[in-house]
Ligand binder design. Structure first.
Ligand code: ATR
Length: 282
């Protein structure tokens, strides 16, 4: 046992709170299934202690980490190089410690796109997408969603100025990819969409879904970024209005798979691990 530990690389997730995190379970399973020698733990960090905790973890031989709430926006400052998608998101959920650099990446958006493509079986190319919300969770999604070349992405948010700022930041990429990108006012949202993504915290707060069911085309796919009780309100709303409802468990596993790939150069069998995780949660 001790010998195995001494040869395994160490990773962790930093957060506050972090107790609930499924990442240790997911990465342990990825490691088993791919035969990669690694350990992965969770670390609760005081609000002011993030940079120091990361620095200590790296100094003790840590090879990389995931970063969750509330530190995702602090982590780019710890990286010496950022991927394009982390730059656009202005947030990093993954750090990789190399000899001479710290690479910061954001795998949330590609996790969602891969979940929709591979686990829900839907190709986003040419479709009409609605992103509800323009906070931290939404900002990680837009780059990879544009990369999936839908016809149009509309962002709507309770505070319109935040949606407008998000659109502005992604304008050049959207133009390059020939994807129509727009911010809409909640009160003037009259279109319906093939895919509706809930990136708000409204379900968590127990509030109603902030858009009318008219946004759902018949048979639309409706995804929440959260899972479990936090996604329940949106999932029930979507299903009762004829949509195919999807919680964020698939995105969680797929973003982890992208982190694992970045660290280990090996793509883990994410669909199998998602099925196992869903079964274990009942
Ligand atoms: P996160 O990192 O989870 O995105 P955040 O940055 O605080 O957290 O953003 C929360 C998002 O949920 C925002 O889009 C917020 O809208 P505002 O920008 O207007 O605050 C949205 N949100 C939170 N509670 C909401 C509610 N009850 N109804 C509608 N939108 C809500």
């Amino acid at each position: 046992m001790a010998a195995a530990h001494s040869t395994s690389d160490e990773y962790c997730v930093f957060g506050n709170p972090v107790e609930h995190s499924k990442s240790p379970w997911i990465h342990a399973r990825f490691a088993q299934l791919t035969g990669q020698p690694l350990r992965y733990g969770k670390r609760l960090v005081a609000r002011e202690g993030f940079a120091q905790a990361v620095s200590e973890f790296r100094a003790h031989g840590g090879k990389g980490c995931n970063v969750t709430v509330p530190f995702k926006f602090e982590s780019p400052a710890l990286a010496t190089r950022l991927t394009a998608r982390a730059q656009l998101a202005q947030a990093a959920n993954t750090l990789r410690f190399d000899n001479d650099e710290v690479l910061g990446d954001n795998t949330d958006g590609v996790g969602l796109v891969n979940d929709i493509r591979h686990n829900a079986g839907l190709d986003l190319a040419g479709l009409d997408l609605l992103v509800v919300g323009a906070g931290g969770a939404a900002s990680g999604l837009l780059g990879p969603l544009i990369g999936a070349v839908p016809r149009r992405i509309t962002v709507v948010n309770r505070t319109h100025s935040k949606a407008a700022a998000l659109i502005e930041r992604h304008h050049a990429l959207a133009e390059q990819m020939k994807v129509e990108l727009q911010a809409a006012q909640l009160t003037q949202l009259h279109d319906s969409f093939d895919v509706v993504i809930n990136a708000t915290a409204s379900s968590l707060a127990g509030d109603a879904v902030p858009v009318s069911a008219r946004v759902l085309k018949p048979g639309a796919l409706a995804c929440d970024l959260m899972y479990g009780p936090a996604a329940q309100g949106f999932v029930e709303w979507a299903a009762s209005n004829g949509a195919a409802a999807r919680d964020g468990l698939g995105m969680l596993v797929e973003q982890a798979a992208e982190s694992f790939l970045l660290w280990r150069g090996v793509r883990p069998p994410s669909a199998q691990v998602l099925a196992e995780l869903r079964a274990s949660l009942g």
